[in-house]
Design a protein around this ligand. Structure first.
Ligand SMILES: [Zn+2]
Length: 56
């Protein structure tokens, strides 16, 4: 499940190295995320595409 930072509203994987307390699990990616490139953190590099993210 993706996590959203409450500091800057970036979205991360649940095993992101930068994870801090207070990050909020979100069931779906934000609407403004339309491409894997919109997910800027390197924790997403394990995924090839947004479809791979959404399919778990
Ligand atoms: Zn991250």
């Amino acid at each position: 499940m993706p996590l959203m930072s409450d500091d800057d509203f970036t979205v991360h994987t649940d095993d992101c190295e930068k994870q801090e307390g207070g990050w909020m699990p979100i069931s779906d990616l934000p609407d403004e995320v339309s491409d894997i490139e919109d997910l800027e953190c390197e924790c997403w590099s394990a995924f090839d595409s947004l479809a791979a993210v959404q399919n778990g």
